[in-house]
Write a protein that binds this ligand. Structure first.
Ligand SMILES: Nc1ncnc2c1ncn2[C@@H]1O[C@H](COP(=O)(O)OP(=O)(O)O)[C@@H](O)[C@H]1O
Ligand SMILES: Cc1cn([C@H]2C[C@H](O)[C@@H](COP(=O)(O)OP(=O)(O)O)O2)c(=O)[nH]c1=O
Length: 203
């Protein structure tokens, strides 16, 4: 099987978790061996770093270094070996999230993030990224109805407006890799857009 690296992005509450299992199922039904994972996380060490990033106060450079440290471990231990075996890796968030959250959201230097990206994964990029896009206020309403907020989810709407703009900039810069999903629509309509994005690649 051809290896495929698919990432899912979007602000908190966009509906990523809601659709990831169904995506994995659909890809498996079509013959892929699917490894479903997430960032920060995906290994024992990276899950520990996730706990720190989500719950401890720290400066933006420390935050950026920790998410990239978690990513390095995840790539080496899980993602790269799975791709080498020809598997499909389905990852809830990846480096676009760092540019959106630490870069656009926190205001951390995008040039430094690009250097870290280069060190950590060189030219390895996802083959496809589905960006779940919706207004920050709508995502906040969905989150409020669903769960207790973590460090990022406690941020004001303006923070998520900036993160959303950060994702848009990434999508504009990589239009062939990043497909925008209108996540403000109903779950069924979101699912149809996901299927269309996969089908357009014969996946
Ligand atoms: N298209 C949708 N319309 C309405 N509610 C949705 C939609 N997609 C997800 N939700 C709900 O919004 C909440 C957040 O969704 P979730 O999948 O956890 O988002 P994320 O993983 O992107 O943070 C959940 O309660 C979920 O059921
Ligand atoms: C991957 C990544 C995530 N994050 C943040 C975004 C999210 O608020 C948080 C965890 O993401 P997520 O797994 O989507 O959270 P949840 O399980 O609550 O839906 O980490 C960054 O700030 N930078 C990153 O590089």
């Amino acid at each position: 099987m051809p290896a495929r690296f698919i990432t899912i992005e979007g602000i908190d509450g966009a509906g990523k978790s809601t659709h990831i299992e169904a995506m994995a199922r659909r890809l498996r039904e079509r013959g892929d061996t699917v490894l479903s994972t997430r960032e920060p996380g995906g290994t024992e060490l990276a899950e520990k770093l996730r706990g720190l990033v989500l719950h401890s106060t720290m400066d933006p450079l420390t935050e950026a270094l920790l998410v990239f440290a978690a990513r390095r471990d995840h790539l080496q231990q899980v993602i790269v070996p799975a791709l080498a075996r020809g598997e499909t890796v389905l990852c809830d968030r990846f480096t676009d999230a760092t540019f959106a959250y630490q870069g656009a959201g926190r205001g951390f230097d995008a040039g430094v993030l690009s250097q870290l990206e280069q060190w950590v994964h060189g030219h390895l990029q996802p083959d496809l990224t589905l960006w779940f896009d919706l207004p920050a206020a709508m995502a906040a309403q969905r989150r409020a109805a669903a769960r207790e907020p973590d460090r990022f989810e406690q941020q004001a709407l303006e923070f998520f407006d900036r993160v959303r703009a950060g994702y848009k900039a990434r999508a504009d810069a990589a239009p062939h890799r990043i497909v925008r999903i209108d996540a403000s629509l109903s779950k069924d309509e979101v699912w149809s857009q996901i299927v269309a994005a996969l089908e357009s690649r014969q996946w």
